[in-house]
Design a protein around this ligand. Structure first.
Ligand code: AMP
Length: 218
């Protein structure tokens, strides 16, 4: 019998949600949906949501709840089976709206010290179309500044600028910590601490093996 696992991955900006999500989808049978990636794709395609979102993202602020909720509920409606939501919800309002239409089985919260995040993000580069994340220090691409899969150029996210990152971490404290409290009261919050994604993965993988189906191929 396949296990249905509707999960969220949470953690401050730069805590490794993208990296860890990549590993989860490599080994386990689930659909990954990153709201940051959805928004960046909308920005690139100049959709009304993308045009609205861009002004907020550039400043390190959150996109308004109404637009986010509408977009994400629309996206998850079509997902059959297990999913891993990455970057949503980020406010208590979003969490409440999501809970009304879709109960969540587990929240995976990545706990990384903020001082390390600031250092790590300085060396973070992304492949925008896929959302693959690299770190020049401990997870470099095989060829300098090129995506391992497509060979396309890696870029630095504008909102990874140190001043904007500091702002995003403050927004996280104010808006997103209450979301963790919300899930704690539901009894579904699971914390995984570490200084690096490898340290976190070493604790998370055995836990996932108990809760999720492994991918069949590979
Ligand atoms: P991320 O790639 O998850 O760090 O998201 C990048 C930016 O997109 C954030 O700093 C926000 O401006 C915006 N964003 C992503 N997810 C949400 C959300 N659930 N609510 C509001 N804004 C969001």
């Amino acid at each position: 019998m396949s296990k249905l696992f509707r999960a969220l991955i949470m953690g401050p900006p730069g805590s490794g949600k993208g990296t860890i999500s990549g590993r989860i989808t490599k080994f386990f049978d689930t659909t990954h949906l990153s709201t940051g990636d959805v928004l960046r794709n909308n920005i690139e395609k100049l959709t009304p949501l993308g045009i609205e979102a861009e002004t907020y993202i550039r400043k390190g602020s959150l996109v308004p709840d109404d637009s986010m909720v509408k977009c994400i509920l629309e996206e998850i409606k079509d997902i059959k089976g297990s999913f891993l939501l990455d970057g949503f919800p980020r406010t208590k309002t979003q969490a409440e709206k999501l809970w009304e239409v879709q109960k969540i089985d587990s929240v995976i919260n990545l706990v990384v010290p903020y001082e390390l995040i600031v250092e790590r993000v300085k060396l973070r580069y992304v492949h925008m179309p896929s959302g693959r994340v690299y770190n020049l220090d401990y997870n470099p691409p095989k060829e300098p500044m090129k995506d391992d899969v497509t060979g396309e150029l890696l870029i630095k996210r504008q909102d990874d600028d140190p001043d904007i990152l500091t702002k995003r971490l403050k927004v996280y404290d104010n808006e997103t910590i209450p979301v963790l409290e919300f899930y704690k009261t539901k009894g579904i919050l699971n914390e995984f601490k570490g200084n690096t994604s490898n340290e976190i993965w070493a604790k998370l993988k055995p836990w996932l093996e108990e809760h999720m189906d492994l991918k069949e191929e590979e």
